[in-house]
Design a protein around this ligand. Sequence first.
Ligand code: PGA
Length: 244
Amino acid sequence: MLIVANWKAYVDSKEKAKKLYAAAKRLTPRADIVLAMPLPYLGLFGGATGAVALGAQDVSVTTGGAQTGEVTAAVLGDIGARYVIVGHSERRAQGETDIEILEKVRRALAHKLTPILCIGESERDEEARYLGVVRGQLAAVFGELSQKERLSLVVAYEPVWAIGKTAAESIMPSDLGEMVLYIRKVLGEYLPGKSALEVPILYGGSAEPENARGLAGGSGVDGFLVGHASVDPVIFTALVKAVS
Ligand code: PGA
């Protein structure tokens, strides 16, 4: 299992960051763990080449130069990040477009960072138009990349309606199973044969210790992108143990 902890802006002390890092380190024999933390904290662990991988929560579309406030993929790679979340719904809500998301993916790949591409509908409707939303978000990126680039991505399915809630309000395991199948089918249109199976699919949206095992079992997901349940060492440990 690949477990990506998305600390968002929940963590605001070095001490807490270090505690969470230590907890993640203890869990690494059980799962592959990525800590996607606020940028300055990456510097605390950037030199570490340990089992816990580091990630950023966003990356600039720019390549550098006179771009005040931007953090480029080159800088992220230099400080030791290996992953970067791209297209999170909280960034899309700020106006990030599919075109920018594609550019960010390209920037990340150019610096050997693995992009974690977030997709997911805002709401569900009886006519299943949400499937078209998910397809469109995948097509906007996978449709523009080479075969080799496509195989370098991780996809995180994060229905916006399930983010930041509770386990009880999260997606049902059977619905997640259907979405994983659907995403694999769409990926299959861009990747021949069995190679579509090589792209890991994560689930995010109120994954908590209470529901994670159920979501992991039988749905076909390869891991989780965990928000609020990733910023308490005890809760995060329980979640990782539940799925591994
Ligand atoms: P959540 O966030 O686990 O707090 O719902 C997940 C995410 O937005 O990545």
